[in-house]
Design a protein around this ligand. Sequence first.
Ligand code: PLP
Length: 367
Amino acid sequence: MNKPVFVTRPTLPPLEEFTEYLRQIWESKVLTNNGPFHKQLEQALVDYFGVKHISLFANGTLALVTALQALRITGEVITTPYSFVASTHALWWNNIMPVFADVEPGHCNLDPGQVEAAITPQTTAILPVHVYGNPCNVKSIQKIADTYGLKVIYDACHTFGVTINNEPVLNFGDLSVMSFHATKVYNTFEGGAIISHDEKTKRHIDDLKNFGFRGETTVVAPGINAKMSEVQAAMGLLQLKYIDENIEKRRQITLRYRELLANVHGIRFMDDIPGVKHCYPYFPVFIDEAEYGTSRDDLYEKLKTHNIFGRRYFYPLISQFPTYRGLESALPGKMPVVEKITEQVICLPLYPELSNFTVELICSLLK
Ligand SMILES: Cc1ncc(COP(=O)(O)O)c(C=O)c1O
């Protein structure tokens, strides 16, 4: 390729449409603090997702940190090592001990059996991630949570509009956290959100993200500044206009990859889960070195020589980073499934404008 092809490229709406929103912000002089675009976007996303309440955030990491504060989570939380580091960092920033559990091989999400096995008297919550936008086994996780009296906070940063048998995946668990980062299916430059299911919790989260203020002179909690600005919210409103079209383009590209790679020995990829409406954020493939004849890392390097930059999401595991690798649950051999997956995975480029020509070229290189 003449120009580098990265694993993703931000999706942007037409600039002239965005400048109209900017003009309104310049006129109103409302830049942040629950302004008109912020209010409109909250309502628009509640309608789009089919959820009860949403609180917008400056980014997904602050939303995760605040979600844990909102439910006053302490002690130990069971989570997955197969995610972006922010999932576990949010626990650390709250002085909570992460306890890693293994994933199921099919879709790389937390294995409910392993979650149950990791529960101790200190466990207060489970923090699963819907990795690659594929829903976790939400029913089994809820059953475990109910049995042991635990909270469930989903890291739903990879999901956008995902449903299971027409039920929004965001309706499961006590809270779900989203990211609208530039690299996501839907972006507000940076951005995030917490989905909650009752008015009181939403209000508490809204207080927390605004320094704990409730009203002009009352501070009800030690909050933080995690508010989404009007420019971000305006971007969000405009992006919503194009989101279905963009997800459809991602679906088409995913289908093309699957078709072209269907018979390549040693390459496994994920199929759609029946009953699930997907959002196609990533196209991970898993390389079985013995069968494929080349290691994942050699393939990754080879693609780079052709100006194609896949990403090894998620490698290393969060549990392998220096901060966490000394923890009991992180020790080598404790999570055999995920330890294997992390050595095999590479995400291929996927974004709405990716041309058919490039997809075919990538697949011919893989073959
Ligand atoms: C699974 C996951 N969790 C958390 C985050 C953090 O979100 P943000 O970058 O918006 O802070 C991201 C993405 O960046 C993510 O992919």
